[in-house]
Design a protein around this ligand. Structure first.
Ligand SMILES: Nc1ncnc2c1ncn2[C@@H]1O[C@H](COP(=O)(O)OP(=O)(O)OP(=O)(O)O)[C@@H](O)[C@H]1O
Length: 258
């Protein structure tokens, strides 16, 4: 039988900020088609990990491979093109643009026309725009936002703005979607809905890695959990195993989950 293929491989990844060790010798893999969670106490290095994976910050040491290809030295836009997009802890959308324009903005990574083509060939640009619009509307349908498409994104309630941000990250057609605390600020109903959307996204072939503090959601949603503590890897495994791991209990979960 063929072994499950890793989409992402992280090897010996380290990062310091002026003497502060943010990550030290991190190594784990993310399997294709999985929903994997990164958990850990404040300051564990979770956001730094996402910044390294997306090229916003460069590692001091280590390697990141996407489908076997090194991406850790690529600039952020090239990593996005290679197939990793993200959302942020604090929602970052264009408040004054409409919902559909926000999602289309995520698509522009994928459009075939470079600036030269755009300049000389209006038909190419129009075709790209039509495709981007069509795809954006499809994504809005997935997130039940069709009736909000032409409203300014800034007037949407917080929970819906989060969905717009995720739709925008998906518009670039990533292989790996990184969500930084997607449930933060959502009520219980919205969190459940997002968990269901995450399952739908996974079924379209997009692998998900998400940072989350809401342990109930992590236990329900993740196939696999990576635990960080003070920049170090504590454990990786399926939720039930991680929950029982004495190092994890001692360092982090404590009586919250057990
Ligand atoms: N740009 C930076 N400059 C200096 N120190 C930084 C920088 N970014 C992160 N750090 C430090 O690196 C460590 C890890 O921070 P990081 O934000 O990655 O943790 P986290 O697990 O995401 O925390 P939280 O759950 O609070 O978001 C912390 O000690 C933090 O202060």
């Amino acid at each position: 039988m063929r072994m499950a293929e890793p989409l992402l491989e992280i090897r010996n990844l380290s990062k310091r900020f002026e003497g502060v060790v943010a990550l030290e010798d991190i190594g784990f893999t993310v399997q294709k088609g999985h929903i994997s969670a990164v958990i850990g106490p404040n300051g564990a290095g979770k956001t730094t990990l996402f910044n390294l994976l997306t090229g916003m910050v460069k590692p001091d040491q280590g390697e990141v491979l996407l489908e076997g290809r090194r991406i850790d030295r690529l600039p952020a836009h090239a990593i996005a093109r290679a197939g990793i997009t993200r959302t942020f802890q604090n929602i970052e959308i264009f408040q004054n643009m409409t919902v559909v324009e926000n999602v289309m903005a995520g698509r522009h990574l994928r459009t075939t026309s470079g600036w030269l083509t755009s300049f000389f060939s209006l038909p190419g640009r129009l075709r790209d725009n039509r495709q981007a619009f069509h795809r954006a509307m499809e994504l809005l349908e997935t997130f039940e936002l069709t009736d909000r498409a032409f409203q300014p994104a800034g007037i949407l309630p917080y929970g819906l703005q989060r969905m717009v941000e995720i739709a925008r990250a998906l518009a670039a057609e990533p292989k790996l979607l990184l969500l930084d605390e997607p449930m933060a600020g959502l009520n219980a109903g919205e969190s459940r809905k997002l968990a269901a959307f995450m399952q739908e996204i996974r079924h379209t072939g997009v692998t998900i890695l998400f940072i989350e503090h809401d342990m109930e959601m992590v236990m329900e949603t993740a196939d696999d959990i990576v635990v960080l503590d003070q920049g170090k890897m504590l454990a990786q495994g399926p939720p039930a195993a991680v929950q029982r791991d004495p190092r994890v209990i001692a360092a982090y979960l404590g009586e919250e989950v057990i």
